[in-house]
Design a protein around this ligand. Structure first.
Ligand code: ZN
Length: 203
């Protein structure tokens, strides 16, 4: 399986990092080895002093597809999840300034937190999902999928022009504002509405 991530999909987050608003979705990949194993803590890698949390809604692909029209995109997933796209911001800034790929900053071991899954029928409207991240019991990121620049079905249309989507692939749909550094002993809990989707400790 592969993980396809979308960058800069919420205006408030584009502003906080002083990035330009893209004319097309920003797309990058993470390998399966980046998934944080269940019940394991997240270890801050020794090559970064500024790892940020990015809370994101996830979509799990359930059919193989290529060149999927957005009208039919809803047939390619029936589960929605929540995760964290951990980002070594210091390393990413260095790579960005040199025009180099971001993988070392985004695709390292443990950099993809994948929480529980909900069926699409449980979330009702995928374009109106409220989600949040609590750090040490305080809400630090709060988003709603209605604020995405590209909605889930549009992302599937766009991504599938470039990559065949396969069963089990996961799309990270971008983060809202509030990204910030994590430090040892932080407790991170993710929520869709009031349902807890994951709980991890930083080491
Ligand atoms: Zn992200």
């Amino acid at each position: 399986m592969k993980i396809i991530c979308i960058g800069r999909n919420y205006t408030d987050h584009i502003k906080e990092l002083e990035n330009e608003k893209p004319t097309d979705p920003v797309v990058f990949l993470k390998p399966d080895t980046s998934i944080l194993l269940k019940k394991q803590p997240f270890f801050i890698p020794d090559f970064s002093n500024d790892v940020h949390h990015e809370i994101e809604i996830l979509v799990k692909i359930n059919r193989i597809g290529k060149y999927i029209d957005k009208k039919f995109a809803h047939k390619y997933y029936d589960e929605i999840g929540l995760g964290i796209d951990f980002t070594a911001r210091d390393l990413q800034s260095e790579l960005k300034s040199k025009g180099l790929p971001w993988e070392k900053a985004k695709a390292f071991d443990g950099a993809a937190v994948v929480g529980k899954w909900l069926s699409v029928s449980e979330v009702k409207d995928v374009n109106n999902i409220t989600f949040s991240l609590k750090k040490n019991d305080k809400i630090v990121q709060l988003g709603n999928t209605s604020h995405m620049l590209w909605k889930i079905d549009e992302l599937i249309e766009y991504i599938s022009k470039y990559f065949t989507l396969k069963i089990g692939d996961i799309i990270f749909t971008g983060t809202p504002a509030g990204v910030a550094k994590v430090i040892a002993n932080d407790k991170l809990k993710g929520y869709i509405e009031d349902k807890e989707m994951f709980s991890i400790t930083v080491k």
